[in-house]
Each structure stands twice: as C-alpha cells, then as structure tokens.
Design a binder for this molecule. Sequence first.
Ligand SMILES: [Zn+2]
Length: 280
Amino acid sequence: MRVLMIGAHQDDNEFESGGLASKLIKNGHTVQFLSMCNGCGGHHKLGPKEISEHRAKESAKVAELLGIRYDIWDNDDCNLVADLETRKRTIRYIREFNPDLIITHRTNDYMPDHRATGQLVVDASYLLTVPNECADVPAMRFMPVIMCSEDKFTNPVFRPDLVVDIDSEAEVKLQIANINVSQVYEWLPYTHGETVPDGDVERFEWLKGMKITKDTTDEEILAAPRGYDVRNAKPAARHRERLIELYGEERGKKIRYAEAYEVCEYGSPMTEEMKNELLK
Ligand SMILES: [Zn+2]
C-alpha cells in the first residue's frame, strides 16, 4: 500500500497517526508525510523564520526515525486557505505520489489550517481522476480511500470506523513526541501554563505523565489530565466497544494504545483487504 498522510502542521500526522505510520512501514508499506504549513506560527520566543527552520529539523528527525519521506509546504501557519491554486497543487502532489490511502483532518475541526487541509483533500479527491484537470500530471484511474483522523468536535460527531491497535508502536509514538522539542517542551506547555522540568530524562518522564500498568482502568486513563502516554492510550479507552467489534473480545479488551479513523465518503470505499491490513 502507498499511504499519504496530509496534515496542516508538523506534529499533526505524527500525533494522530504516527503509530499507524510506524506499523505500516514495518509491514512493508510506503508512507509519506506532507505538512501543508511551514511551522512559522507556533512559538512564544522564536520568530517565524527561526521557528520554521527549527521545526524542519525536528521533522527531519521524525522522518529518519520512521523511515519516510516528509515534505513541508511553504504556506504560513494560520494562513492556509482552500483556494484554487492550492487545490491544483494538492491534486498534482497526490497524483505524483499515487496513494491507495490518504489520511487527513476532518473539515469541521477548530483550527482553520486543519479545516483548509481537509477541504483541499476532499476537493481534490474526485478531480484526481479527471484527465483534463491539471493535465500536466497524469490523472489517477481511481480515487484513493480517504480517512480522517480523530478530533473531539461533536457537530457532526466523529465516527470511529477503524480503531487501530498500536500497542507495538507505543514507544515509537513517545519518541516522536520527544523529538518535537519546540512543541512538547516549549510552545504547548507555554500555552497551558505548565512548567517543564530540567534535564532530558526528567522532562521525558514528565512528557509521558501518568504511568499505565496492566491494572489501570479505561476510566482512569480517560480522567488523566495530561501526559502523552495517556494521550496515546485514550483512543483505546474511548472506543473500547469498537475495538472489541473489530478485533474480537480477547484482543479488543487488552489493547492499550490505539488510533481512530473515520472513512470519508468522498474517497473510494474502504475494501476488506485494506481494512484487514490496517487492523493487523
Ligand atoms: Zn495542527
């Protein structure tokens, strides 16, 4: 499978789908990341040029860890618009990669860049197959399957069509967060008014937050206020019933870490074969 993950910002693909990306790579599939924005916005001390250069280096480390190609477009954070020019760029980019599956944002997310990214992908979807649109790059014969990563917005509510077991990738997902220093140790704690401890070991422990053991209940995980270990475990706790439907009682009850996806009706329908491969 060729899987293209399209996020608005560096850290969106990573935090929402980093476990699945890692698992797919290990199972022999090809994964590529695109961040539509350049990371110039999210920092309280560094200016736009400094922070975007800094974040590009962090993204390069993520690409190396996962073994993927990672592209970053030159749109400024907070300024992405689903206009005609960007739609055509999106069509050409997707055609060149020729994915079987695209993962992106839903279009009713709180952040305008997330909404625009999701809109650009669904606007491109059918047009990918229209030969006279962006005719310089050959049209795709069929639309890819499109899935949207999970968000918390309720109108309409997120539908967990697929909830993927990423227990084998729990450590990789923590490492991905740890690489995004400017976000997880600087900008995001600043926005939440949190103090980060000194020292690489101490701050990584702080990042992980509450320790999860085999006895930790779903209720405790869902009630935990912060920490990336519980953050990565919350989708499994939240979608326990769906995990049991998808994986069966025995495995579904035990899964600790998961990522949830909604299949977008504007792409090709999800095949049983692809579903089974994603749920492995
Ligand atoms: Zn984002």
